[in-house]
Design a protein around this ligand. Sequence first.
Ligand code: ZN
Length: 500
Amino acid sequence: MDLEKYRQTAESFLSRLDKEYYLHFAGLKEELNTSVIYNENSWLFDRKNFDDLKELKDNEKCTDGKTKLFNLLKFCGEGFIENQVKELSDSIAEQEAKAVIKLNGEDVSYRYSEILLSNEADKDRRDEIDDARNDIVKKEFNPKLFQYWKELHNQASLLGFTSYREMFAYLKGEDFNNTLLQMEILLSRTRDLYEEHFGKLLLRETGVELKNARKSDFAKLRRADSFDRYFKKELLVSIFKDTLMAMGIDVSRQSNIIFDVEERKNKSPRAFCSTVKVPGEIYLVVMPRGGQDDYEAMFHEGGHAEHFSNTRASLDFEHKFLGDNAVTEGYAFTLEHLMQSSHWLSSFLKMPADEVKEFVYLSSIIKLWFCRRYAGKLKYELSLHDGTRIEGKENLYKEILSDASMMQYLDAEYLKDVDEGFYCTNYIRAWIFEAQLKDYMHRKFGYAWMKQKKAGDFLREIWSYGQKYNPSEILDQLGYRELDVDYLISSITENIIKNK
Ligand SMILES: [Zn+2]
């Protein structure tokens, strides 16, 4: 195979795909035509290329060469199976975009109903919205989703794997059992703490007892509107820029980050980052709404934008665009988790001390909820994709997720609340990675690291390697032995106990 041609085409394919996503979700282009881009480049995902790349990788002696081929193989394998279901996935997205539910006799779009859910103060009305949403998922979305996952499972076996799970363990080079083991430690060690504090907070903020709570009640808790006065819509972008400036990073001079803050009708209400060229053309798209969750999303996406815009242009495509996404997620969390830093809250949001305490408590409990939910998701997704039949797994979803979150999960979303290609493990490993990185930064630069140019220089240095090294390799350079869930557990536990 012509490896050079393959790499170049893969790069321009990803670049066009990301531009298409940017234009559509920024509200600049109504339709989303990813299948055209796939069709024009479909040879990238030929079975022959997959087999050739696998053989080249197996015979490669140089470590860096092997890593690069490994990244290309993952790109090719993922593309291969996605290519087989692209019409189906386009039609699933279209169906969801057009779906309408009835609330009090009025039509509300399915997607918008999620925002209503998080703003609805009345538990009964929240349950009504949730029921209507689940109803449409069961009746209208699930038949297609069933077909979608069944076909992906089928494709994994055509590629020679015993299951979708085995395929992704191989392509990601990851021992899922080990990741699950770490998360089971987190589940058991935080169980009592979570039950007590999450239960207390939920009752206080929403009036709902944990034993009667549904997953949808979490949306209201997370919205945390009592703190809205600190998370003003008009200040979102400037607070982000001021934060980076305090670390010696002048965002206004980073011409490769294109800030898209204009209001547009069809623009995604959630911030996102599109990496059209790394490091040359990065879009950071925001439509400020205000509120703590809006700030969280902005800092998360801003973390991705900073990572890729600081990546060295001279790196190979395989290290700039591909690699282990737990790295970029870890950098996104590094900025997102400023929301749990009392130094940041008081310096940049001018929050008074007593409210800082209250907010760090709330934000850390929300983080714990997410960690526990993802532990549950991984456990469930490992079963969903284990090569046995999908039929009947809705109960498994309900049981596992309800047990992890201690809230009632209904079974409707058992095929919808599922990450492609075990993306959930990227978040899990990124949380652990970030907790260790934060431990390093606290020891080296202090708890107020975000106000130090030295910390900014350090981040810029590690960002510059793109995704050439995985989290374990980066941590090894910083003196840690491995990804270790202990750091994550202690940081969350301390923040909750200290601020209760
Ligand atoms: Zn992310």
